[in-house]
Design a protein around this ligand. Structure first.
Ligand code: ZN
Length: 240
């Protein structure tokens, strides 16, 4: 079985492993530290070095319970490989992902426990979150930007821990998405991300270990999506 280690080893970005299956342009690895994406988060990218060359891993695709690492060319790879995760891409996504938790916490706090109905974190330094907020003025959402940046500057510690799925569903506010709960780990536990003093929720994505590792963000746009949903677009201020 393929073991994914990005939760246990969030700071290890290079590893050696073996190809256990392959087809032109994709490999299955015995072990991988890439985040496979999911829940709206784009996957990690990496460089893979093998016997006769090098290729880029541009996506991770879940097929029948197996994580195929998709390459940028139709090369066929086998044997021992060295993988180096794209650190800049990982950091850009982790910044935005942590910032969406802060935004989510502020919306949850200011707007009476409003739930997330969708989220997407892209490779280009932008993200969007949809909230079930039928009654809210869009300007009230735009005005969250200074508080969002205050929480970033406050250097709040971010920690991961685990609870049982029973405890997760019994704790109000822990499952924050209206649409999907994060998948439990193989032993049935749910991963919890806590931003000290601000937010605690179930999530499987990649995050910073301190909010000040994020640059400042801008709320680029707030728009209506249907009768109930408000969509907030965020961008890292130094990318937009
Ligand atoms: Zn998260």
């Amino acid at each position: 079985m393929t073991i994914y280690g990005y939760h246990e080893y969030p700071n290890v970005l290079e590893f050696d492993t073996e190809v256990v299956d392959s087809r032109p342009g994709a490999v299955l690895l015995a072990r991988s530290l890439l985040h496979p994406g999911g829940g709206g988060q784009v996957s990690d990218r990496a460089q893979i070095t093998f016997g006769s060359g090098v290729a880029a891993i541009v996506d991770v695709s879940l097929e029948s319970g197996r994580y195929w690492h998709v390459l940028d060319s139709a090369v066929e790879v086998s044997g021992s490989v060295h993988v180096a995760i794209d650190a800049a891409h990982r950091l850009r996504v982790a910044q935005l992902h942590t910032d969406t938790h802060i935004l989510n916490a502020l919306v949850f706090r200011h707007f009476d426990g409003a739930l997330v109905t969708g989220a997407q974190i892209a490779a280009d330094g932008t993200a969007r979150m949809d909230f079930d907020l039928p009654e809210v003025d869009n300007d009230a959402l735009r005005r969250l930007e200074p508080e969002l940046n205050e929480a970033i500057r406050a250097a709040l510690p971010v920690r991961a821990s685990y609870v049982t799925s029973v405890e997760a569903s019994a704790t109000p506010g822990l499952i924050r998405s209206a649409a999907v709960a994060p998948p439990p780990t193989s032993d049935g536990r749910i991963r919890i991300i806590e931003i000290e003093g601000l937010d605690r929720q179930a999530c499987g994505g990649t995050h910073l270990s301190n909010t000040a590792e994020s640059g400042p963000v801008r709320i680029v746009k707030v728009e209506n999506k249907g009768r109930h949903n408000r969509r907030i677009r965020l961008a890292l201020a130094n990318q937009a």
